[in-house]
Design a protein around this ligand. Structure first.
Ligand SMILES: Cc1cc2nc3c(=O)[nH]c(=O)nc-3n(C[C@H](O)[C@H](O)[C@H](O)COP(=O)(O)O)c2cc1C
Length: 202
């Protein structure tokens, strides 16, 4: 089976991409608008883009009517955000923040999420996330104005908060973090079934 994106609907391409590029980690992104209104939403088009300097990136797509999502609008206005990591115990709460609420709605309130003041940026951290990355906007790369066009937001990490419970022998223990991943449709994965492989020593 060979598929040409040019002759497929963006819905079909979306389904193929999210059903094959997986599991995807989830950036639970807190942001504020120019007036200080809080916003919180999950994004699974998310990864590390650079270590030195430390850069994280995620991609809010344009909506079906090509309107920008609140997170993107806010980051364009205030140039700051926090990426909070989603452990399994926070899955339901994270999911509640993914609804298409109007921009004035504070998803911290909607989902009963406790906010914790950040150190260097205005958007707060999610208090119950075991890892929070405070970020300052580095760059946004936009891929057009069509529905579902991506907007790659690159943020320079300026502070990292790690809960002591997930630090074992001086290192972050990913099993204790118990982060979830997004699969296709409404499916998610855990990282509980792992295997180890040594890299070739050349
Ligand atoms: C687990 C999960 C991952 C998501 N990942 C993305 C994503 O990578 N990009 C995107 O545009 N929307 C994604 N969404 C949908 C947004 O969270 C949703 O559109 C949200 O309402 C955006 O909020 P905002 O308008 O406050 O920014 C995801 C939803 C869920 C539940």
């Amino acid at each position: 089976m060979e598929i040409s994106p040019e002759s497929s609907s963006n819905q079909d391409i979306y389904k193929i991409l999210i059903g094959t590029v997986l599991p995807r980690p989830i950036a639970w992104v807190s942001s504020v608008d120019i007036s200080g209104n809080l916003n919180l939403a999950p994004f699974s088009f998310f990864t590390v883009a650079s270590v030195n300097p430390p850069i994280l990136c995620f991609s809010p797509l344009l909506q079906e009517d090509s309107i920008e999502k609140d997170t993107l609008v806010n980051i364009k206005q205030t140039a700051e955000f926090v990426v909070n990591i989603v452990s399994h115990g926070l899955a339901q709460t994270m999911n509640r923040t993914s609804g298409s609420y109007p921009s004035h709605v504070n998803e911290f309130d909607v989902a009963g999420v406790t906010a914790k003041q950040s150190t260097l940026v205005r958007p707060p951290c999610v208090a119950d996330s075991l890892v929070n990355f405070e970020c300052k906007l580095q760059q946004i790369i936009s891929f057009g104005s069509e529905p579902r066009a991506g907007n790659l937001v690159l943020g320079r990490v300026c502070t990292i908060h790690i809960h002591p419970d997930i630090v074992k022998n001086g290192e972050v223990d990913f099993r204790s973090l118990d982060a979830i991943g997004r699969l296709g449709g409404n499916m998610y994965s855990t990282i509980r079934d792992c295997f180890e492989m040594e890299r070739p020593a050349i």
